[in-house]
Design a protein around this ligand. Structure first.
Ligand code: ZN
Length: 439
């Protein structure tokens, strides 16, 4: 066996995995924030990859592969003879890429047997420096895949998509291997916050699921931020500037005062880390007559999240009180909730993920993500869904890269996860195994 791989299985999966991955990343599937709510999917190009995946899953022997009216691809890998006694396991990855960097004309480059030096990409003066990217230093001797420098790579999350397709195709070709019934779902619009809402849980029919949307090898995330979005709208009095004396109330100015009055030395993304939350203005629009500022609020703790909302409301009220002719409204909407509490109630789901990572010869690294996944929304909707690593890194940027060896380890981990769920000792119920699960 080539010693850069975690197992013979991983090495065997690497060639079909690389072929799929480099094909998927060439399809531009960037989602569109402006149409996140009024179009399904937000960008038509995501459907191109969706259709590719449907026919590929069918070719692999998953007979019911289909694309639904929500832009979600679903398919079933039937379980073995004992599978009716086991939970149905879902595997989920997202097809879209981030709107934060171009996904058009992605030209993947495979750097075989990475030698540890700085990688300079041909376009966009993009450099990958192992001194500032510890994970890249860990990929010494790996086949490192990058973009050509002027686009993102799209490992987020086409690494996850390619790993799932490769693993279920392998299982389909090896009917002698034990497996539960596996449901596969590829979602659109995760990067614009909609992926987890698009998936019909009823049609999916899984008892628990795993997103393949993480990063570092061995990583398993069972905790995410709880997230709200807020809009502060200021209505002023607009009037011709030439005759505005004593009458104009400038909404832009008041909105700017609210932003300026918020804490800037704490409670911001740029001053927090680890388990600290924040309150982050990300869009400022308007005119002298009306202005609005959009915020995201994040924390691992829901009570702390509410406290951040209070800071925003109080600050807006204090600034508004200085100008009674202006109207200031603060609207707060829930986005997703930390999955931890819900996952703690079904401990076997995370335990099986950890066991699959160990079965691939790796040490599970459990961590909290300063963000959300499709799984945050799915878990909140009632489908327990932790997140597993994919071997992709530096997401949402032109420096994005992936290790073929780490990706292959992830695909092998999925095959092992199937065996673990088919062993009959685990349940999605917390206490006793599901009826008849122990043979
Ligand atoms: Zn992702």
């Amino acid at each position: 066996m080539d010693g850069s791989f975690t197992s013979e299985l991983a090495q065997e999966l690497s060639a079909p995995l690389l072929e799929r991955f480099t094909r998927y990343v060439r399809v531009d599937t960037q989602s569109d924030r402006a149409h996140a709510l009024d179009r399904i999917p937000s960008s038509d190009n995501q459907l191109e990859l969706a259709r590719m995946l449907v026919s590929e899953l069918r070719d692999a022997g998953l007979q019911d592969a289909e694309l639904d009216d929500q832009g979600v691809v679903m398919a079933t890998l039937p379980g073995d003879d004992s599978s009716s006694a086991h939970p149905v396991i879902g595997l989920v990855a997202h097809m879209d890429t981030s709107p934060d960097a171009s996904g058009e004309g992605v030209e993947p480059i495979v750097h075989r047997g990475y030698d540890g030096s700085v990688i300079v990409l041909p376009k966009g003066s993009t450099r990958l420096d192992p001194d500032s990217m510890p994970a890249l230093r860990g990929a010494l001797g790996h086949d490192v895949i990058t973009s050509s420098g002027d686009t993102l790579l799209g490992a987020d999350d086409k690494a996850g998509v390619a790993e799932i397709v490769t693993a279920v195709a392998y299982l389909a070709a090896h009917p002698e291997l034990p497996r539960p019934t596996i449901r596969v779902a590829f979602t659109p619009d995760e990067e614009v916050g909609q992926g987890g809402h698009r998936l019909s849980l009823e049609r999916f029919g899984a008892d628990c699921a795993y997103t393949l949307d993480g990063s570092d090898i061995g990583g398993l995330q069972d905790e995410t931020f709880s997230a709200d979005e807020a809009t502060v709208t200021v209505t002023g009095v607009d009037i011709h500037p030439g005759t505005a004396t004593g009458k104009m109330v400038n909404a832009l100015r008041i909105a700017a005062e609210i932003v300026a009055a918020l804490p800037s030395d704490r409670l911001t993304p740029e001053t927090t880390s680890g388990r600290e939350g924040f309150l982050h203005p990300f869009e400022f629009t308007g005119t002298a007559g009306q202005a609005s500022v959009s915020f995201i609020l994040r924390d691992f703790d829901e009570q702390a999240l509410r406290a951040h909302a209070d800071v925003l409301r109080r600050t807006a009220e204090e600034v508004a009180a200085r100008e009674p002719r202006a109207r200031v409204e603060v609207e707060i909407r829930e986005q997703y909730r930390n999955m931890r509490e819900a996952l703690d109630r079904v401990p076997d789901v995370v335990a099986a993920g950890e066991a699959a990572i160990r079965a691939e010869g790796l040490q599970p690294v459990k961590e909290a993500i300063r963000g959300g996944t499709d799984g945050s929304i799915l878990t909140e909707r009632g489908l327990p869904t932790p997140n597993l690593f994919t071997g992709g890194h530096e997401f949402h940027s032109t420096r994005e890269w992936a290790s073929l060896q780490e990706m292959s380890a992830a695909a092998a981990m999925i095959v092992r996860l199937a065996g673990i769920w088919a062993s009959g000792e685990l349940s999605v119920g917390g206490g006793a195994p599901l009826a008849g699960a122990s043979r």
